[in-house]
Design a protein. Structure first.
Ligand SMILES: Cc1ncc(C[n+]2csc(CCOP(=O)(O)OP(=O)(O)O)c2C)c(N)n1
Ligand SMILES: [Mg+2]
Length: 330
Protein backbone atom coordinates (compact mmCIF):
# COMPACT_ATOMS: atom_id res chain seq x y z
CA UNK A 1 0.00 0.00 0.00
CA UNK A 2 1.34 3.44 -0.93
CA UNK A 3 0.76 6.89 0.50
CA UNK A 4 -1.60 9.19 -1.37
CA UNK A 5 -0.49 12.68 -2.42
CA UNK A 6 -1.71 14.49 0.67
CA UNK A 7 0.00 11.94 2.90
CA UNK A 8 3.21 12.35 0.90
CA UNK A 9 3.04 16.10 1.42
CA UNK A 10 2.52 15.56 5.15
CA UNK A 11 5.52 13.22 5.16
CA UNK A 12 7.64 15.89 3.45
CA UNK A 13 6.45 18.52 5.89
CA UNK A 14 7.36 16.38 8.91
CA UNK A 15 10.83 15.59 7.54
CA UNK A 16 11.40 19.27 6.92
CA UNK A 17 10.12 20.16 10.39
CA UNK A 18 12.74 17.85 11.91
CA UNK A 19 15.51 19.39 9.77
CA UNK A 20 14.52 23.00 10.46
CA UNK A 21 13.86 22.31 14.15
CA UNK A 22 17.37 20.98 14.58
CA UNK A 23 18.91 23.77 12.52
CA UNK A 24 17.14 26.19 14.86
CA UNK A 25 18.62 24.39 17.85
CA UNK A 26 22.11 24.68 16.39
CA UNK A 27 21.54 28.41 15.84
CA UNK A 28 19.88 29.28 19.15
CA UNK A 29 20.41 26.64 21.85
CA UNK A 30 23.04 24.15 20.70
CA UNK A 31 22.41 21.02 22.76
CA UNK A 32 21.57 17.47 21.87
CA UNK A 33 21.93 14.65 19.40
CA UNK A 34 20.69 15.56 15.93
CA UNK A 35 18.64 13.36 13.61
CA UNK A 36 19.66 15.32 10.51
CA UNK A 37 20.14 12.78 7.71
CA UNK A 38 17.81 10.26 9.36
CA UNK A 39 14.49 12.01 8.71
CA UNK A 40 13.39 9.60 5.95
CA UNK A 41 13.64 6.59 8.24
CA UNK A 42 11.89 8.30 11.15
CA UNK A 43 8.98 9.88 9.31
CA UNK A 44 8.55 7.00 6.85
CA UNK A 45 8.01 4.73 9.87
CA UNK A 46 5.75 7.14 11.76
CA UNK A 47 3.46 7.65 8.76
CA UNK A 48 2.42 4.00 9.14
CA UNK A 49 1.24 4.61 12.71
CA UNK A 50 -2.03 5.90 14.14
CA UNK A 51 -2.06 8.62 16.78
CA UNK A 52 -2.86 6.06 19.48
CA UNK A 53 -0.04 3.69 18.56
CA UNK A 54 2.90 3.64 20.99
CA UNK A 55 6.46 4.71 20.25
CA UNK A 56 9.63 4.51 22.29
CA UNK A 57 12.70 6.43 21.26
CA UNK A 58 16.32 7.12 22.07
CA UNK A 59 18.78 9.81 23.13
CA UNK A 60 18.50 11.05 19.52
CA UNK A 61 15.06 12.18 20.48
CA UNK A 62 13.95 15.22 18.47
CA UNK A 63 12.85 13.41 15.33
CA UNK A 64 10.47 10.88 16.84
CA UNK A 65 7.85 13.25 18.31
CA UNK A 66 8.02 15.52 15.25
CA UNK A 67 7.73 12.46 13.03
CA UNK A 68 4.60 11.43 14.90
CA UNK A 69 3.10 14.87 14.36
CA UNK A 70 3.70 16.63 17.70
CA UNK A 71 3.18 20.38 18.11
CA UNK A 72 6.48 22.20 17.72
CA UNK A 73 6.26 25.00 20.31
CA UNK A 74 6.34 22.78 23.42
CA UNK A 75 9.21 20.77 21.94
CA UNK A 76 11.27 23.90 21.26
CA UNK A 77 10.51 25.30 24.70
CA UNK A 78 11.71 22.02 26.22
CA UNK A 79 15.04 22.38 24.44
CA UNK A 80 15.33 25.87 25.94
CA UNK A 81 14.54 24.42 29.40
CA UNK A 82 11.36 26.50 29.76
CA UNK A 83 8.26 25.85 31.84
CA UNK A 84 6.08 25.65 28.71
CA UNK A 85 8.18 22.75 27.45
CA UNK A 86 6.61 19.38 26.73
CA UNK A 87 8.26 18.03 29.93
CA UNK A 88 7.92 21.39 31.71
CA UNK A 89 11.56 22.16 30.97
CA UNK A 90 12.83 19.36 33.21
CA UNK A 91 13.53 16.70 30.57
CA UNK A 92 15.61 18.50 27.99
CA UNK A 93 16.94 17.43 24.64
CA UNK A 94 17.24 13.69 25.29
CA UNK A 95 13.69 13.33 26.59
CA UNK A 96 11.54 15.13 24.05
CA UNK A 97 8.30 13.24 23.89
CA UNK A 98 4.56 13.80 23.66
CA UNK A 99 2.45 11.25 25.52
CA UNK A 100 -0.75 12.58 23.89
CA UNK A 101 0.54 10.97 20.69
CA UNK A 102 1.42 7.61 22.21
CA UNK A 103 5.07 8.47 22.72
CA UNK A 104 5.86 6.60 25.91
CA UNK A 105 9.33 8.03 26.33
CA UNK A 106 12.67 8.72 24.76
CA UNK A 107 15.25 6.72 26.71
CA UNK A 108 18.81 7.99 26.94
CA UNK A 109 19.81 4.54 28.20
CA UNK A 110 21.07 2.81 25.08
CA UNK A 111 18.87 -0.27 24.64
CA UNK A 112 16.41 1.00 27.25
CA UNK A 113 13.56 1.27 24.78
CA UNK A 114 13.33 -2.47 23.99
CA UNK A 115 11.69 -3.63 27.24
CA UNK A 116 9.48 -0.55 27.38
CA UNK A 117 8.12 -1.06 23.86
CA UNK A 118 7.72 -4.77 24.53
CA UNK A 119 5.83 -4.06 27.74
CA UNK A 120 3.58 -1.68 25.84
CA UNK A 121 2.98 -4.48 23.34
CA UNK A 122 2.00 -6.82 26.17
CA UNK A 123 -0.36 -4.18 27.52
CA UNK A 124 -2.00 -3.91 24.09
CA UNK A 125 -2.43 -7.68 23.94
CA UNK A 126 -3.84 -7.95 27.48
CA UNK A 127 -6.31 -5.13 26.79
CA UNK A 128 -7.25 -6.72 23.44
CA UNK A 129 -6.66 -3.40 21.74
CA UNK A 130 -5.64 -3.15 18.07
CA UNK A 131 -2.83 -0.64 18.72
CA UNK A 132 0.79 -1.42 17.92
CA UNK A 133 4.03 -0.43 19.63
CA UNK A 134 7.08 0.74 17.66
CA UNK A 135 10.57 0.76 19.17
CA UNK A 136 13.15 3.05 17.54
CA UNK A 137 16.73 2.02 18.33
CA UNK A 138 20.23 2.45 16.96
CA UNK A 139 22.77 -0.01 15.59
CA UNK A 140 24.76 0.34 18.80
CA UNK A 141 21.72 -0.52 20.91
CA UNK A 142 21.33 -3.77 18.95
CA UNK A 143 24.32 -5.12 20.89
CA UNK A 144 22.68 -4.62 24.28
CA UNK A 145 21.24 -7.68 26.01
CA UNK A 146 17.79 -6.11 26.11
CA UNK A 147 17.59 -6.52 22.32
CA UNK A 148 17.50 -10.32 22.37
CA UNK A 149 15.59 -10.64 25.62
CA UNK A 150 12.80 -8.37 24.39
CA UNK A 151 12.51 -9.62 20.83
CA UNK A 152 12.46 -13.26 21.89
CA UNK A 153 9.64 -12.59 24.34
CA UNK A 154 7.67 -10.62 21.74
CA UNK A 155 8.19 -13.42 19.23
CA UNK A 156 6.93 -16.25 21.45
CA UNK A 157 3.96 -14.21 22.73
CA UNK A 158 3.23 -12.70 19.30
CA UNK A 159 3.20 -9.18 20.68
CA UNK A 160 2.25 -6.33 18.32
CA UNK A 161 5.68 -4.68 18.30
CA UNK A 162 7.77 -3.27 15.46
CA UNK A 163 11.47 -3.12 16.31
CA UNK A 164 12.80 -0.38 14.06
CA UNK A 165 16.56 0.07 13.79
CA UNK A 166 17.90 3.40 12.58
CA UNK A 167 21.22 1.98 11.44
CA UNK A 168 23.29 5.12 10.86
CA UNK A 169 26.52 3.12 10.67
CA UNK A 170 28.03 4.29 13.96
CA UNK A 171 27.66 4.23 17.73
CA UNK A 172 29.50 7.47 18.58
CA UNK A 173 32.83 6.59 16.88
CA UNK A 174 32.43 2.80 16.63
CA UNK A 175 31.40 1.58 13.20
CA UNK A 176 29.00 -1.26 12.57
CA UNK A 177 31.83 -3.04 10.76
CA UNK A 178 33.92 -2.93 13.94
CA UNK A 179 31.20 -4.02 16.33
CA UNK A 180 28.84 -6.46 14.59
CA UNK A 181 29.78 -10.00 13.58
CA UNK A 182 27.66 -9.53 10.48
CA UNK A 183 26.53 -6.05 9.49
CA UNK A 184 22.84 -6.67 8.70
CA UNK A 185 20.98 -6.35 11.98
CA UNK A 186 17.67 -7.42 10.41
CA UNK A 187 19.14 -10.84 9.60
CA UNK A 188 19.12 -11.59 13.31
CA UNK A 189 15.32 -11.83 13.07
CA UNK A 190 15.68 -15.35 11.72
CA UNK A 191 17.12 -16.42 15.07
CA UNK A 192 13.88 -15.39 16.76
CA UNK A 193 11.57 -16.80 14.09
CA UNK A 194 10.18 -13.45 13.01
CA UNK A 195 10.42 -11.48 9.73
CA UNK A 196 13.44 -9.22 9.29
CA UNK A 197 13.44 -6.52 6.64
CA UNK A 198 16.23 -4.27 5.37
CA UNK A 199 15.14 -1.01 3.76
CA UNK A 200 16.83 2.08 2.33
CA UNK A 201 16.27 4.58 5.12
CA UNK A 202 16.88 7.50 2.77
CA UNK A 203 13.79 6.50 0.75
CA UNK A 204 10.89 7.55 2.97
CA UNK A 205 8.22 5.93 0.80
CA UNK A 206 10.04 2.60 0.92
CA UNK A 207 10.33 2.89 4.70
CA UNK A 208 6.62 3.61 4.95
CA UNK A 209 5.73 0.57 2.90
CA UNK A 210 7.76 -1.95 4.91
CA UNK A 211 6.60 -0.42 8.19
CA UNK A 212 2.96 -0.51 7.09
CA UNK A 213 3.33 -4.22 6.28
CA UNK A 214 4.79 -4.82 9.76
CA UNK A 215 2.00 -2.79 11.37
CA UNK A 216 -0.66 -4.77 9.47
CA UNK A 217 0.97 -8.00 10.61
CA UNK A 218 1.07 -6.82 14.22
CA UNK A 219 -2.56 -5.65 14.21
CA UNK A 220 -3.59 -9.03 12.78
CA UNK A 221 -2.08 -10.76 15.83
CA UNK A 222 0.81 -12.28 13.88
CA UNK A 223 3.53 -10.79 16.08
CA UNK A 224 6.61 -8.62 15.80
CA UNK A 225 8.82 -7.61 12.87
CA UNK A 226 12.42 -6.39 12.91
CA UNK A 227 13.05 -3.57 10.42
CA UNK A 228 16.49 -2.18 9.70
CA UNK A 229 16.62 1.17 7.89
CA UNK A 230 20.08 1.89 6.50
CA UNK A 231 20.56 5.58 7.11
CA UNK A 232 23.29 8.08 7.94
CA UNK A 233 24.00 10.73 10.58
CA UNK A 234 25.20 13.87 8.81
CA UNK A 235 26.50 15.68 11.91
CA UNK A 236 28.63 14.71 14.88
CA UNK A 237 27.29 12.23 17.43
CA UNK A 238 26.21 15.07 19.66
CA UNK A 239 25.99 18.79 19.09
CA UNK A 240 29.22 20.55 20.03
CA UNK A 241 30.86 17.28 21.07
CA UNK A 242 34.52 17.51 20.12
CA UNK A 243 35.62 14.06 18.92
CA UNK A 244 39.41 13.85 18.93
CA UNK A 245 39.68 10.92 16.53
CA UNK A 246 38.87 10.60 12.82
CA UNK A 247 36.49 7.71 12.51
CA UNK A 248 34.88 8.50 9.16
CA UNK A 249 36.19 10.26 6.07
CA UNK A 250 35.15 13.64 4.73
CA UNK A 251 34.39 11.92 1.41
CA UNK A 252 31.95 9.56 3.12
CA UNK A 253 30.12 12.41 4.82
CA UNK A 254 30.03 14.48 1.62
CA UNK A 255 28.64 11.56 -0.36
CA UNK A 256 25.73 11.12 2.02
CA UNK A 257 25.03 14.85 2.32
CA UNK A 258 25.18 15.46 -1.43
CA UNK A 259 23.79 12.26 -2.90
CA UNK A 260 21.73 10.63 -0.19
CA UNK A 261 19.86 13.38 1.62
CA UNK A 262 16.38 11.95 2.26
CA UNK A 263 14.74 15.38 2.09
CA UNK A 264 16.37 16.36 -1.20
CA UNK A 265 15.48 12.97 -2.69
CA UNK A 266 11.87 13.22 -1.56
CA UNK A 267 11.50 16.79 -2.73
CA UNK A 268 12.67 15.79 -6.21
CA UNK A 269 10.10 13.00 -6.26
CA UNK A 270 7.25 15.32 -5.29
CA UNK A 271 8.28 18.00 -7.78
CA UNK A 272 8.55 15.39 -10.56
CA UNK A 273 5.02 14.35 -9.59
CA UNK A 274 3.71 17.86 -10.25
CA UNK A 275 3.63 19.08 -6.64
CA UNK A 276 6.15 21.95 -6.86
CA UNK A 277 3.71 24.62 -5.67
CA UNK A 278 2.60 22.51 -2.70
CA UNK A 279 6.21 21.79 -1.77
CA UNK A 280 7.09 25.49 -1.79
CA UNK A 281 4.05 26.30 0.34
CA UNK A 282 5.15 23.70 2.89
CA UNK A 283 8.66 25.12 2.96
CA UNK A 284 7.35 28.63 3.65
CA UNK A 285 5.01 27.30 6.34
CA UNK A 286 7.74 25.32 8.11
CA UNK A 287 10.00 28.38 8.16
CA UNK A 288 7.23 30.34 9.92
CA UNK A 289 6.52 27.50 12.36
CA UNK A 290 10.17 27.42 13.46
CA UNK A 291 10.49 31.20 13.79
CA UNK A 292 7.34 31.22 15.96
CA UNK A 293 8.63 28.31 18.04
CA UNK A 294 11.97 29.97 18.76
CA UNK A 295 10.20 33.18 19.80
CA UNK A 296 7.76 31.21 21.96
CA UNK A 297 10.65 29.42 23.66
CA UNK A 298 12.58 32.62 24.26
CA UNK A 299 9.52 34.39 25.69
CA UNK A 300 8.51 31.50 27.96
CA UNK A 301 9.24 31.52 31.72
CA UNK A 302 11.94 29.48 33.41
CA UNK A 303 10.73 26.62 35.65
CA UNK A 304 10.13 27.43 39.30
CA UNK A 305 12.29 25.71 41.89
CA UNK A 306 9.17 24.06 43.28
CA UNK A 307 8.60 22.35 39.87
CA UNK A 308 11.50 20.09 40.75
CA UNK A 309 9.37 17.96 43.06
CA UNK A 310 6.10 18.13 41.12
CA UNK A 311 4.92 15.60 38.53
CA UNK A 312 6.48 12.60 40.26
CA UNK A 313 4.63 9.30 40.70
CA UNK A 314 5.15 9.75 44.43
CA UNK A 315 6.64 12.69 46.17
CA UNK A 316 8.38 11.71 49.37
CA UNK A 317 10.35 14.94 49.59
CA UNK A 318 8.85 16.77 52.54
CA UNK A 319 11.56 19.29 53.30
CA UNK A 320 11.92 22.73 51.77
CA UNK A 321 13.77 23.01 48.49
CA UNK A 322 15.86 26.15 48.21
CA UNK A 323 18.28 27.71 45.80
CA UNK A 324 21.04 26.72 48.23
CA UNK A 325 20.22 23.05 47.69
CA UNK A 326 17.60 20.58 48.80
CA UNK A 327 19.10 20.40 52.30
CA UNK A 328 19.06 24.17 52.77
CA UNK A 329 17.58 25.85 55.86
CA UNK A 330 14.92 28.12 54.39
C1 LIG B 1 23.56 1.87 28.56
C2 LIG B 1 24.34 3.00 27.94
N1 LIG B 1 25.62 2.80 27.58
C3 LIG B 1 26.32 3.80 27.01
C4 LIG B 1 25.74 5.03 26.81
C5 LIG B 1 26.54 6.16 26.14
N2 LIG B 1 26.06 6.32 24.75
C6 LIG B 1 25.18 7.28 24.43
S1 LIG B 1 24.75 7.22 22.80
C7 LIG B 1 25.76 5.91 22.53
C8 LIG B 1 25.85 5.30 21.15
C9 LIG B 1 24.56 4.75 20.66
O1 LIG B 1 24.71 4.31 19.34
P1 LIG B 1 23.47 3.89 18.50
O2 LIG B 1 22.61 2.96 19.28
O3 LIG B 1 23.94 3.41 17.18
O4 LIG B 1 22.63 5.25 18.34
P2 LIG B 1 23.03 6.58 17.55
O5 LIG B 1 23.76 7.47 18.52
O6 LIG B 1 23.88 6.22 16.40
O7 LIG B 1 21.73 7.18 17.15
C10 LIG B 1 26.43 5.54 23.68
C11 LIG B 1 27.40 4.44 23.77
C12 LIG B 1 24.41 5.21 27.21
N3 LIG B 1 23.74 6.37 27.03
N4 LIG B 1 23.70 4.17 27.74
MG1 LIG C 1 24.11 4.41 15.37
Amino acid sequence: MSLDRSQQLELYSRMLRIRRFEEAIVAHYPVGHLSIGQEGAIVGACMALRDDDYVTGTHRSHGHPIGKGAAINPLMAEIFGKRTGICKGLGGSMHLTDTSLGLICESAIVGGGFPLATGAGLSIQVRKSDQVSLCFFGDGAANQGTFGESINMAAIWKLPVIYFCENNGYAVTTSVAASHGQPDIARRADGYGIPGVIVDGQDADAVYEVTQAAVDRARAGEGPTLIEAKTYRFDEHSNRLAIPIRYRSDEEIAFHRNERDPITLYRARLVAGGLAAEVEAIEAEVTCIMADAVQFAKDSPEPELSDLTDNMFSNPINFPVTREGIFGDA
